[in-house]
Design a protein around this ligand. Structure first.
Ligand code: GDP
Ligand code: IMO
Ligand code: MG
Length: 424
């Protein structure tokens, strides 16, 4: 971490890599923690001192008093869900208004955006994305069409602007023949959320962040989703709708490319994916079920089963390239503790063609594997690198060599305490 720089912590596969846990661990080293993309489609789990929180829109640095947390301009925010999330933290004794600023430029997710999300998914038939249903796609589409409402709009003539946009959405829904919905209760809560949000500092966060950087303060940008869900570089169209990559830090916070310092790429010792779309390493057998059971691989937002498979070097190499990852963080090694053999996807194969470069269309490609021995040791109580079983140490070494990037942190359990910084 360098003073006056923005370090990025990015999920580099399909999300749910453990970003929340690591941001929480890193926060003491930083002055500011900022979310730059996504919204309540994210679910970031933090566990410490016997407490568990799942954050959706609020950055994972919120538990550290005296640190500023920012919801940046690249985010989308649903006032009702924000209120529920914030009230839970307030009930647990955290004072938010002194440490959370929200960008006036962040876009608002309306109740009708969520209906549109459902309507568009329904219209897609068999090619559904399997969205989280939080209105993410419709809200970012609206942003791009220059018709959206922003947090700053809450400060003036809001009711009129809201009514006009809602009427537009109702017309679209009518055109789609999607009329079987009732948002009466949801809308009431949403409006309460708007009132509640107005009591928070709604600010020009890009100006604030740049001022902090000029003063030599350090910023941690907390990614949401993962590189393979990025709107440009993911497995389109089975992606989310924001820029989840390192470039998204610049647009989503308003910071210049040269202000980026370290780029931490976070991944699991295996792979998961929620929702639809190509996933060449997916296991449909009992090994996949075993990873899901041991890893508790069920969505933090929707509770859906996460699809599970072995680690994917094709995806990881691609993500390291796209993001300029300088350090890797490997999570959930403990989940593989009981496996005799660990498989690593080293290439994709289709119709006799083998590639190690991420193909344009990942549909139909099969994983080519290399097998390495399992460590058959409980990692969860390990506190330093020297205690790693030899096979685990060589798994890490193998991945580092293949990925040409150091793995500087290894996580062996969900708790803050189960985090090992390596002697690099
Ligand atoms: P995020 O969206 O990237 O913040 O990740 P999620 O919170 O959606 O999913 C990660 C899940 O793995 C959470 O339930 C964490 O509590 C859990 N977790 C994080 N690190 C570890 C680890 O090293 N081992 C195990 N077993 N669980 C972990
Ligand atoms: P975190 O930050 C995993 C997936 C959805 C779906 C696709 C599009 O917790 O890692 P959306 O609702 O964004 O339009 O859904 O993206 N998705 C995630 N998968 N982790 C996430 O966030 C995700 N956010 C969205 O399952 O396939
Ligand atoms: Mg998650």
């Amino acid at each position: 971490m360098k003073k006056g720089k923005v370090d990025a912590l990015l999920g580099i596969v399909f999300g749910d890599e453990g970003k929340g846990k690591v941001v929480d661990c890193f926060t003491p080293q930083y002055d500011v923690v900022a979310r730059f993309a996504g919204g309540p489609n994210a679910g970031h789990t933090i566990i410490f001192e016997g407490k568990k929180f799942v954050l959706r829109s609020i950055p994972s640095g919120i538990f550290d008093e005296g640190k500023l947390n920012i919801i940046g301009n690249g985010c989308v925010i649903a006032p009702d869900l924000f209120m529920a999330e914030a009230k839970e933290l307030e009930a647990a004794g955290y004072d938010l208004r002194s440490r959370l600023h929200i960008s006036k430029r962040a876009h608002l997710i309306l109740p009708t955006h969520r209906v549109l999300d459902r309507a568009y998914e329904a219209a897609k038939g068999k090619s559904k994305v399997g969205t989280t249903g939080k209105g993410i796609g419709p809200t970012y589409s609206e942003k791009a069409s220059r018709t959206g409402l922003r947090v700053g709009d809450m400060l003036e003539n809001f009711d009129q602007k809201y009514a006009a946009l809602k009427a537009r959405h109702e017309q679209i829904l009518k055109d789609l023949n999607y009329t079987d919905y009732d948002i009466t209760d949801e809308e009431k809560l949403w409006m309460e959320g708007v009132e509640y949000m107005r009591t928070f500092p709604l600010t020009d966060t890009e100006i604030e962040i740049n001022k902090y950087l000029r003063e030599g303060k350090s910023v941690l940008a907390e990614g949401a989703q993962g590189t393979m869900l990025d709107i440009d570089h993911g497995t389109y169209p089975f992606v989310s709708s924001s820029s989840t990559i390192c470039g998204g830090v610049c647009t989503g916070l308003g910071v210049a490319p040269l202000s980026i310092g370290e780029v931490f790429g976070i991944f699991k010792a295996y792979s998961t994916r929620v929702g639809a779309g190509p996933f060449p390493v997916e296991l449909f057998d009992e090994t996949g079920d075993k990873i899901r059971d041991i890893g508790h691989e069920y969505g933090a937002v929707t509770g859906r089963n996460r699809r599970c498979g072995w680690v994917d070097l094709v995806a990881l190499k691609y993500a390291i390239m796209i993001n300029g990852v300088t350090q890797l963080i490997m999570m959930k090694g403990d989940v593989l503790d009981t496996f005799d053999t660990i498989r690593v996807c080293v290439a994709y194969e289709k119709d006799g063609v083998t590639t190690t470069d991420m193909p344009y269309d990942t549909e139909g490609w099969k994983a080519v594997y290399k097998d390495v021995p399992g460590w058959k040791t409980d990692l969860t109580g390990i506190t330093k690198e020297e205690e790693f079983p030899a096979a685990f140490a060589s798994y890490i070494k193998y991945l580092e060599t293949e990925l040409e990037t150091p793995i500087t942190i290894v996580s062996v359990g969900p708790d803050r305490a189960q985090t090992i910084v390596r002697n690099k």
